[in-house]
Design a protein around this ligand. Structure first.
Ligand code: UT7
Length: 333
């Protein structure tokens, strides 16, 4: 019977650092304009972590909120998955920092690296652990301090990215087996042959830190934006359709669409391609910029707090990111 279990979102939380970087601020840092950024991306401002704030600090705030909303204590958790490409350190992983700070038991603590699709990868993994009957409650987080890996003089990237964290607690439906809340379907993919379009080449085993890495600024994100744009529209549409197809769920019955907040024009292009009514698309990119793996869980939490997303409703999530990875999840909240 155990493998008929389903998993539901029992609580959500999010955290955005206080410090704001506006388009106007960027005008004095690189050759750009508020108008260009708004028109080409939909972004107005983004939050930037304070110098003493690391990724696990952002994740901690979001995690505490999610646990409170789920009415659970850290001791109830069976696992922590942190999706991030900006870990506090290469090792220990960010999930271990969080496990200690939250005061959890000795539980699974793992980072998931799939760039902006990371949260949907992590949520899919957590769902498998719960549906298999192994675990009851898993904390799933997307958390990033992208400002630490963005070249502040590269106008293509410095205008796009922001910092933040979003969290959910995924719980087995054992106490409430009649609950319809569940992850209904999930679709994950990758196309490694396009990895060069978005990468951080320096500091790994192929190119360990040395003077060359420092001189050529290979410790920063390098991006070919226009090429990513096209692939993003195609893969997010594919992942979304695959989720609907797997669950045999009609698109017009979906209540809300939450897409990775990378560029408003990408979101609108997916909406046009799939014929999604604009009023069903949730966005916050104007206030957050692209927070990579944190973008979907932050927007999900904010939409619940605003009473837009309500219990029983169906949400289709889709993301793309470096890799190029992509992911989709259809869930009933
Ligand atoms: O999570 C995944 C992360 N990556 C992405 O999501 C990236 C996806 N791509 C994009 O969002 C867009 O491609 C960008 C926002 C990065 C760029 O927008 P675009 O409409 O594709 O612009 P473009 O690269 O085609 O550049 C158009 C013009 C160029 O000038 P010329 O050659 O036409 O004279 C650029 O040099 O805009 C110029 N430009 C800028 N101008 C003012 C590029 N960046 C800027 C800027 N401010 N920040």
């Amino acid at each position: 019977m155990e493998n008929h279990r389903t998993a539901q979102i029992s609580g959500t939380g999010s955290y955005l650092p206080a410090n704001l970087l506006t388009n106007k601020d960027l005008e004095s840092l690189v050759e750009t304009s508020d108008q260009w950024i708004r028109e080409r991306t939909g972004i107005v401002e983004r939050h930037i972590a304070a110098p003493q704030e690391a990724t696990s600090d952002l994740a901690f705030q979001a995690a505490r909120q999610a646990l409170d909303a789920a009415q659970l204590s850290a001791q109830d958790l069976d696992g922590i998955l942190v999706a991030t490409v900006t870990p506090d350190q290469v090792m220990p992983n960010t999930a271990c920092f969080l496990q200690s700070r939250l005061g959890c038991k000795s539980i699974m603590a793992l980072d998931v690296s799939a760039a902006c699709s990371g949260f949907l990868y992590a949520l899919t993994i957590a769902d498998q652990f719960i549906c298999s009957g192994k675990f009851k409650h898993i904390l799933v987080i997307g958390a990033e301090t992208l400002s630490r890996i963005i070249n502040p003089t590269d106008r293509q990237t410095c205008i796009l990215f922001g910092d933040g964290a979003g969290a959910v607690v995924l719980s087995a439906n054992t106490n409430n087996p009649s609950s319809k809340s569940a992850i209904l379907s999930s679709s994950l993919g990758a196309n490694g042959s396009l990895g060069d379009l978005l990468s951080l080449p320096g500091g790994g085993s192929r190119l360990p830190f040395n003077q060359d890495v420092l001189d050529q600024k290979l410790y920063f994100v390098h991006m070919k934006g226009r090429e990513i744009f096209k692939s993003a529209v195609r893969t997010m549409s594919d992942r979304a359709l695959e989720c609907l197809n797997q669950a045999q769920y009609p698109l017009d019955k979906v209540d809300w669409f939450i897409m990775h907040q990378a560029n408003l024009r990408i979101i609108e292009a997916v909406a046009d391609h799939l014929n999604i009514p604009k009023q069903k698309i949730l966005t916050n990119i104007d206030q957050t910029g692209n927070t990579s793996s944190a973008s979907i869980p932050i927007l999900f939490n904010q939409s619940i707090d605003k009473n837009l997303v309500q219990r029983g409703q169906t949400i289709l999530m889709a993301a793309f990111g470096a890799g190029l990875t992509s992911g989709g999840i259809l869930l009933q909240y």
